[in-house]
Design a protein. Structure first.
Length: 378
């Protein structure tokens, strides 16, 4: 209310500096009004020489008029009744020759007409984490790396629901474990409740369940697969076939071939024996999910890539978010000396999420039409 009063006086009475205030001894001794009408802003406050009623007494109309007259005699150019019970009395005062402000009326106008726009909420990226945990960290690093930032405050606000207890996606797709759909959905709902603007799921296999989840959400899930396939099509316009390294669950779901076919591409996958080595590289006792990024798991992955390259593949999608953890380059030399390009869906998803954030920030920076007073409002 005091902030509203200060703004009202500055606008309506810009030349006034000496303000008379009738209030309680308690508020006066606490210096409440001095905080909002500081001397540094050229305000000078005047209080009645009498302290007003004591004990159980209350201000009367005559006592209030006496206090206001005293303030005016001492140079007050404007009077504020600074106590709730004084405001109804002040409305009954005869003309005193200076303005007597009605704080309730000023406050009501401030709240209804002159309110400021609420602070614009920063864009927030929601991340379904834990599928798997190391892949989530890798994704977040790529979000940071691809954000054009010069200081901490330029980075994207991120809400991560790290839930490694979500049932294994591949296990369920192969008929060997519980359905993760409900856990994935519950995790997405937590992100939505946390005011995320978009959701990223850094797990290729989890996208087999996205269609049944996103229709029940109010915010979009950025589809890593479709973004990856679009990137491949744009980057290699003459390409006709793409190698795919993925879990057996992802292959069984058919989600990648459908996305590839929509862009005129055909997937090339390893034969069963080498697909078993791929699963060992990911899930084995010395696999990437177990924390290994060198040794047998890398040998298994390279063996699969060599096979795909021997079948004419020039571009390979790393269709499991654990796989980028063992590569440090987007290019690889196969056993026969051929060069192959590795496409990292995790990085593509990160870039796409950053793009969403930048577009949102640019839109928020556009000027908005100010809230204007209604015709006839004072």
């Amino acid at each position: 209310m005091l902030k509203a009063l200060r703004g009202h006086i500055r606008r309506r009475f810009p030349a006034i500096r000496r303000i008379g205030i009738v209030t309680s001894r308690h508020l006066r001794t606490r210096g409440v009004f001095e905080r909002y009408f500081p001397a540094a802003d050229s305000f000078e406050l005047v209080f009645p020489r009498t302290e007003g009623p004591r004990g159980d007494e209350q201000y009367s109309l005559d006592l209030l008029r006496e206090a206001c007259t005293d303030l005016i005699d001492r140079g007050a150019e404007l009077v504020i009744p600074g106590l709730s019970e004084l405001i109804p009395l002040a409305r009954k005062l005869p003309a005193l020759g200076v303005p007597v402000i009605d704080p309730y009326q000023v406050y009501a106008q401030y709240a209804a007409v002159e309110r400021q726009e609420p602070p614009r909420r920063a864009f927030k990226l929601g991340v379904v984490g834990g599928v798997g945990p190391a892949a989530t960290v890798d994704f977040l690093q790529k979000v940071v790396r691809n954000t054009p930032a010069h200081r901490d405050q330029d980075h994207i606000k991120v809400l991560v629901e790290q839930n490694p207890q979500i049932p294994d996606r591949t296990g369920h797709l192969l008929g060997q474990g519980p359905d993760p759909t409900l856990a994935l959905y519950a995790t997405c709902r937590k992100l939505q409740a946390g005011q995320a603007d978009i959701i990223a799921i850094p797990c290729n296999t989890a996208h087999a369940f996205v269609a049944s989840i996103e229709q029940h959400l109010d915010i979009p899930i950025i589809n890593m697969l479709t973004e990856t396939v679009r990137h491949v099509r744009e980057s290699f316009p003459a390409l006709r076939q793409v190698g795919l390294l993925a879990t057996t669950g992802t292959l069984a779901s058919g989600i990648y071939p459908r996305a590839l076919e929509s862009q005129g591409l055909r997937e090339v996958v390893p034969p069963p024996v080498l697909q078993a080595r791929m699963m060992n590289a990911i899930y084995g006792p010395e696999g990437i999910k177990a924390g290994f990024t060198s040794g047998q798991c890398v040998e298994d992955v390279h063996a699969v890539i060599d096979e795909l390259v021997s079948r004419g593949v020039e571009v390979v999608i790393l269709g499991c978010t654990e796989l980028p953890l063992v590569f440090h380059s987007h290019e690889l030399t196969a056993r026969g000396g051929q060069r192959v390009t590795l496409v990292d869906p995790t990085e593509i998803l990160a870039i796409r999420c950053v793009s969403h954030a930048l577009v949102s920030s640019e839109a928020a920076a556009l000027p908005r039409a100010p809230i204007r007073s209604k015709p006839g409002s004072a």
